[in-house]
Design a binder for this molecule. Structure first.
Ligand SMILES: Cc1cc2nc3c(=O)[nH]c(=O)nc-3n(C[C@H](O)[C@H](O)[C@H](O)COP(=O)(O)OP(=O)(O)OC[C@H]3O[C@@H](n4cnc5c(N)ncnc54)[C@H](O)[C@@H]3O)c2cc1C
Length: 293
């Protein structure tokens, strides 16, 4: 048995926005073979939805009937040291676990990822990172299930496989199974210091006392000058702007937070208002970072 299948699951613990939703069917493959068999069984019969930690998704339905198959790689979370600067990690491992593993093995460079919620698979799909650094810069090779060719492929990656909050694997139907990352030898204590410093900065800036799905919009580029989204949203009067159970955070207007009982329709209305106001005032088009499921 290399897949565990569960029925009628609450999705509340599978999305950091804490929306109430239900999945009729969720599968947890134990290994690559289990995943391949699962996909080959259900391809064409069900809509397949990969879910990592759900920290960048918004559920649009209250009930995903049995025409949907949710797949979680939660049971594929192994992390292994290949050599003193190289790590192999499965797609279901948490990014923070990967970073702590690196720190404990005196590998530096990944500290910026520790406080970004999510799995390695979700991180590769979204090319997770900060303004300066992204996970893509450290990846040497990826093993993925290609949903077009229906096979597992392992290959070296190129720089152009990663873009701003996107990657080759988000643009081509695929399931990220594992990756090999490479960085440099460092010092445990120094990495610990950087990690805690980063974490503190982020907690001071971000509204961590309410559920959210991170930044709503990708930082836009216009006339080669980058625009900071939260400033644009602030200038169009959206700081603290609420519809029922959700609002643009008072602390950081780049985040929409669930202040209690948020509903999909209200969230999407906030997004619509933001896009409209920013386009009107600054002639800047905002694109959502979130994935709507
Ligand atoms: C408080 C907070 C702070 C955040 N800060 C940042 C930040 O600083 N930088 C940043 O980049 N992001 C940030 N995010 C967003 C989020 O953490 C990242 O986008 C993260 O990479 C999402 O990973 P996940 O596993 O939760 O993916 P999910 O949200 O579960 O999924 C995201 C997308 O990837 C797909 N997917 C997931 N796993 C796989 C897989 N194995 N194979 C194929 N597809 C898959 C899903 O179908 C979905 O389309 C933040 C979020 C929160 C809540």
């Amino acid at each position: 048995m290399d897949v565990t299948i569960l029925n009628d699951l609450s999705l509340k613990t599978y999305n950091s926005f804490k929306l109430e939703s239900k999945a009729s069917l969720m599968a947890f493959p134990h290994n690559n073979n289990g995943l391949a068999k699962l996909i080959q069984t259900y391809e064409g019969k069900k809509k397949i939805i990969l879910i990592g930690k759900g920290s960048n998704v918004i559920f649009s339905k209250k009930d995903y009937s049995d025409e949907y198959l949710f797949v979680s790689l939660k049971l594929m979370d192994n992390i292994e040291l290949i050599d003193e600067k190289t790590i192999s990690v499965q797609g279901g491992a948490k990014m923070s676990d990967l970073v702590w593993f690196a720190i404990e093995n005196n590998i530096k460079g990944l500290e910026f990822l520790e406080d970004i919620p999510g799995t390695v698979g979700g991180g590769i799909i979204m090319n997770a990172g900060t303004y300066r650094n992204t996970i893509g810069k450290f990846i040497k090779s990826i093993t993925y299930y290609d949903l077009t060719k229906n096979e597992i492929i392992s290959r070296e990656v190129e720089e152009e496989n990663f873009g701003k909050r996107k990657s080759y694997w988000s643009e081509n139907p695929s399931i990220v199974l594992s990756a090999v990352l490479q960085s440099e030898q460092g010092d445990y204590v120094e990495s610990l210091r950087i990690t805690m410093q980063e974490k503190e900065k982020r907690y001071m800036k971000q509204p961590r006392n309410y559920p959210s799905a991170g930044s709503v919009f990708v930082r836009p580029e216009k006339d080669l000058k980058e625009h900071v989204v939260w400033e644009l949203l602030d200038k169009v009067g959206l700081r603290g702007y609420a519809i029922n159970g959700c609002c643009f955070s008072e602390k950081h207007p780049g985040f929409i937070v669930n202040i209690g009982g948020a509903e999909y329709e209200d969230i999407i209305e906030l997004v619509r208002i933001a896009k409209e106001r920013v386009l009107e005032k600054f002639d800047v088009e905002l694109n959502m970072e979130w994935k709507i499921i």
